[in-house]
Every structure is written in structure tokens, then in C-alpha cells.
Design a protein around this ligand. Structure first.
Ligand SMILES: NC(=O)c1ccc[n+]([C@@H]2O[C@H](COP(=O)([O-])OP(=O)(O)OC[C@H]3O[C@@H](n4cnc5c(N)ncnc54)[C@H](OP(=O)(O)O)[C@@H]3O)[C@@H](O)[C@H]2O)c1
Length: 244
């Protein structure tokens, strides 16, 4: 992949990994369309760099996804890279009183349906531009799950297989998957140990993206994938109780 002069849409650009990707890709001289719900953060991003264009969108809403797609079609037909990064994680068990069908639906809509729909709706634009790519952020928990956050693990496993299949299908758009371990962001605040920084993730991503490495295992995920091949039972045992 050529890493400059692209127009890149990043979902979940207001925090954590998405924010770090936005800042790095701008530094590499790309234009970024930063998407999120938090207007204050979107304004801060827009003020920080004139290569950042912002769009407020709640990805759990079909109507708002449609508005985002219309905005891109009307104003940014030169979009060539889509990074599906936004996600939420309800870190709870099915029998907790605060869990609900509404939360289940929300998690599936944001983590799985939104990235699939965005790719589907934006593919006609991406594929007519040079250096076209879709990047999906999954998780180590989509490979080997933990005991709680079952719906989150399920959405990430689905993203993993869906991304692989889409990669087989598309010849004119490169399809990447980033598989992070525990990263120090809002999502993991107050839990987990040995988190990597967003900078570490972004540096590994950029190197692999440049070299067209389509399945990008970040840091300890490389070891987890090897262990899961040699002994799935041991990998399951380790991850089952993780606080990731
Ligand atoms: N952190 C980790 O340890 C870890 C590990 C493996 C995988 N990942 C994956 O990495 C990606 C980024 O996670 P992160 O850790 O950077 O999380 P984060 O800091 O919590 O950021 C999540 C981003 O998603 C956006 N978002 C959430 N709900 C949204 C909605 N309904 N509509 C639009 N945007 C929404 C948020 O923006 P607004 O609040 O502005 O809407 C925010 O920018 C996710 O796909 C996550 O599953 C993270």
C-alpha cells in the first residue's frame, strides 16, 4: 500500500486506536474523514489538523449510516480507504441485572452490522480509486474468546471470518484485518494488565499495511495464534479467564 495522499475514512476516530490512527495517517500526509458521535472531540480533531474532516454519526443507527454514506458520495468520491475501527464492549455476563436485549442489539449493530454495511455501500466508490483498501479491526478475542463479553467475542469472530471471505471475493480492493491484543484505551480502562500503547499498535499496523500483510497480528497475538495452532486447549484455558 502507498501510505500517503490517500483519502481515508476512520470510524471511532475520537478515542483510543482510531484517534491514534487518525493522527499518524495525517502525519503521513493523508486526508482523514474522522467519524464518531462525540462532537466536542470531533471539533478538537478538526482544529488540530486541516487534513481532518469530521462527520458525526451514531453507527448503531441505520438512518445515520445512510447520512454518512450520502455525505461521502456527494463530497468525497475520491475516498480510497475505509478503516472500520469503532466498536463497543459490554464487559458483563448474561445473568447480570444490567444486561439487556437492547445492549445485545447495540453491540451487534455497532461492531458487526455497521462495518459490513459501510463496506457494502462504499465499495462502488472505493473500487474506482487507486490504492483502494478496507481495514477491519477485530480482536484476539475473536480468535480465542474469554468467559465474559460473549457477544463482543462473537462479533469479533464474525468480523475475522467475514474479512477473510471478503478478501477472497474482492480483486480490486485490498482487505486487511488488524488483530490487537489488550491495548491501553477507554475500552479497557480500569481492567487488564500488560496493555500495549496505541502507538505500538499503530507502528506495527503501518509497517504491515505498507507491506500488504493482510492479516495483521499485533504484538502478543502472534504468539497466541501459534499456541492456538499447536494446542487450542491451552490457548482456550489461558484466554477463558482473561480480563482482556
Ligand atoms: N482496547 C483494546 O484492548 C482492544 C483490543 C482488541 C480490539 N480492539 C478493537 O479496537 C477498536 C478500537 O477500540 P478502542 O480500544 O480504541 O476503543 P475506544 O477508545 O473505546 O474507542 C471506541 C471508538 O468507537 C466509537 N464509537 C463507539 N460507539 C459508537 C457509535 N455508536 N457510533 C459511532 N462511533 C462509535 C467511539 O466514538 P464516540 O464515543 O465519539 O462515538 C470511539 O471513538 C475496536 O474495534 C475494538 O474492538 C480494542
Amino acid at each position: 500500500m502507498k501510505l500517503n495522499n490517500n483519502k481515508i475514512l476512520i470510524t471511532g476516530a475520537t478515542s483510543g486506536i482510531g484517534k491514534a490512527l487518525t493522527e499518524k495517517l495525517c502525519k503521513l500526509d493523508n486526508q482523514v474523514i474522522a467519524v464518531g458521535r462525540n462532537m466536542e472531540m470531533l471539533d478538537t480533531l478538526a482544529k488540530s489538523d486541516n487534513r481532518i474532516i469530521t462527520f458525526q454519526c451514531d453507527l448503531s443507527s441505520e438512518t445515520e449510516i445512510n447520512h454518512l454514506v450520502s455525505f461521502i458520495k456527494q463530497n468525497h468520491s475520491d475516498l480510497n480507504i475505509l478503516i472500520n475501527n469503532a466498536a463497543i464492549q459490554y464487559n458483563c455476563r448474561f445473568d447480570e441485572a444490567t444486561y439487556s436485549a437492547e445492549k445485545i442489539e447495540n453491540e451487534i449493530n455497532i461492531n458487526l452490522i455497521a462495518p459490513i454495511k459501510l463496506s457494502f455501500y462504499l465499495l462502488p466508490i472505493l473500487r474506482v480509486n487507486c490504492n483502494a483498501a478496507i481495514v477491519n479491526i477485530s480482536s484476539a478475542l475473536g480468535i480465542v474468546p474469554k468467559a465474559i463479553s460473549s457477544v463482543y467475542c462473537g462479533t469479533k469472530a464474525a468480523i475475522h471470518i467475514y474479512t477473510k471471505s471478503l478478501r477472497y471475493q474482492l480483486e480490486d480492493v485490498k482487505v486487511f484485518e488488524v488483530i490487537p491484543p489488550l491495548v491501553d484505551t477507554e475500552m479497557t480502562k480500569g481492567r487488564g494488565k500488560n496493555k500495549i500503547s496505541t502507538k505500538k499498535l499503530v507502528d506495527e499496523f503501518i509497517k504491515a499495511f505498507r507491506n500488504n500483510k493482510y492479516e495483521i497480528n499485533i504484538h502478543k497475538v502472534k504468539l497466541l495464534r501459534i499456541l492456538n495452532r499447536i494446542s487450542p486447549k491451552i490457548a482456550d484455558k489461558i484466554m477463558k479467564r482473561t480480563t482482556l
